[in-house]
Design a protein around this ligand. Sequence first.
Ligand code: SF4
Length: 234
Amino acid sequence: MYESIINRLSFFDGIDILAPLIERDFRGRIALVSSFGAESAVLLHMAAQIDRSIPVIFLDTGKLFWETISYRSKLVDHLGLTDIRTIKPKAAELAQADPQGMLHASNPDLCCHIRKREPLERALSGFAAWISGRKRFHGGARANIPTLEVANGRLKIEPLARFTGKDIENYIEHHDLPRHPFIGEGYRSIGCLPCTVKGGTSDNPRAGRWAGLSKEECGIHWSANGKPLRVSRH
Ligand code: SF4
């Protein structure tokens, strides 16, 4: 089933790939995962044009900037999205593995597993497909991502994979979308507070994430063999 969909749609981008999947192929069985970060408005706007009631999964790691939480509310209101599912890590797991809230400093992979990957897997249970907003121009492990792939038994959709930085900027401007308050402050990619610094370039917008570490991905994106992507910069 997934193979025929991949063959039929993998040459499309943006709303052209989303519309048939949301309206027909996976109606009621598809979710969008958003960080409400620097470029999230584009994908959320496309989805809202098709179906404002699509489930939108937001991972609240407990380490986000309050500006991101505030931006989420503003953008959701602006787009009229009606099913935002804020997912949090399990309190018991945090109490056991990260009682001081400093695990990000000693073991960021485990911190991401507890605060992102495990909650996302729980949230995606019951869905046959999910939509993510990665782009190839972000480089690293993202340089060759496909628009459609099967990962962990679900169809994973990357409608913006072939978008350039200029495409993103043009889309935001054309649709006059609200911007994350950190845009213009020197941030190009915005994640958790302890693991995000200002920086990045148009060619490498994620340089401000886990700066100084070899870590580039949080582990919520799996490779074809089912293992989390984790590619060294070096
Ligand atoms: S990005 Fe940093 S704080 Fe957030 S879950 Fe990963 S290691 Fe923890």
